[in-house]
Design a protein around this ligand. Structure first.
Ligand code: ZN
Length: 66
């Protein structure tokens, strides 16, 4: 399966859809839309998100560089 999803790097202006903290994970959905989460909320919903996502852009490693 090939994918042409364009991954735009997450920035400090990208915010968690749940709490407004800096988003570190972007979940791409089949519909073409995307959800953004902080690491806390991504972990909370990770199993369900991975089951519906076409792509999970995980940039939590950025935390260690900050
Ligand atoms: Zn959050």
């Amino acid at each position: 399966m090939t994918s042409t999803i364009t991954r735009t790097p997450l920035t400090v202006s990208d915010r968690c859809d749940r709490c407004g903290a800096q988003a570190l994970v972007r979940v791409h959905l089949e519909s073409g839309s995307a959800l953004q989460f902080c690491s806390h909320h991504f972990k909370e919903h990770e199993v369900r998100l991975r089951s519906v996502a076409t792509d999970v852009q995980d940039e939590q490693h950025q935390l260690k560089n900050a």
